[in-house]
Design a binder for this molecule. Sequence first.
Ligand SMILES: Nc1ncnc2c1ncn2[C@@H]1O[C@H](COP(=O)(O)OP(=O)(O)OP(=O)(O)O)[C@@H](O)[C@H]1O
Ligand SMILES: [Mg+2]
Length: 224
Amino acid sequence: MRDSLEKEIPHIKFKDVSFSYPGKKENLIFKCNFSIKEPGFWMVVGKNGSGKSTLLKLINGIIQPKNGVIESNANIGMVFQNPDHQILMPNCRSELLININQNISKNEVNKKIEYVLDQVGLTGFEKRPVHTLSGGQKQRLSIACVLISDRNFILLDEPTALLDQTSQLKVLKTIKNLVSDKKRPLSALWITHRYEELAYADAVSELKNGFLSSWQEPSKFQNN
Ligand SMILES: Nc1ncnc2c1ncn2[C@@H]1O[C@H](COP(=O)(O)OP(=O)(O)OP(=O)(O)O)[C@@H](O)[C@H]1O
Ligand SMILES: [Mg+2]
């Protein structure tokens, strides 16, 4: 399992990227420049309607820029705000199975399932029906699905917005642990409007008036 994850470092680069939705004159994203070149916990904070979800859609290619260039070698997986919009199957094992995209032996499949559930703090949850999971457990199952499909870049769009504080912390710590695993280059770009989450990041940026500020350490950012 580990060997198959030891791959090249994922990176994403925006060069002067602008975007507006059809029929809108004003650019929602305007001459936006940033790059993510190292594995780690990257957070973008922004107000409602500032374009955070649009930025993620540009990164994963759901929409195309009007101007500018997006370069990426990342193998991207998504975690959305509401896990009920993402999880399709009745139990944890079947949900993980639909996310394995390799032709591997049953033994390997079982090992992978055990490994990723362990990675997100859901050891022993394989047979659990999804409807018996808490919101935070569902979010961690969604993260396990990204891991089991061998992605190396996770985009998380306000993944804790519907969670209580205990579950919020567990999801934050899950990502923090995953990106800290030196043997496996993994980047997470976490979108939030909750300032208290920024302390967990390696670097923080604000989306405002269509572009991202430069990356800063969380402590410096909060002092702004
Ligand atoms: N498909 C679309 N067509 C037209 N306008 C859109 C579309 N999707 C989003 N918008 C508009 O673009 C703006 C930014 O939306 P976006 O969802 O990216 O913001 P956000 O920062 O994620 O907001 P929130 O914090 O509420 O999730 C909003 O004014 C929204 O109405
Ligand atoms: Mg949004």
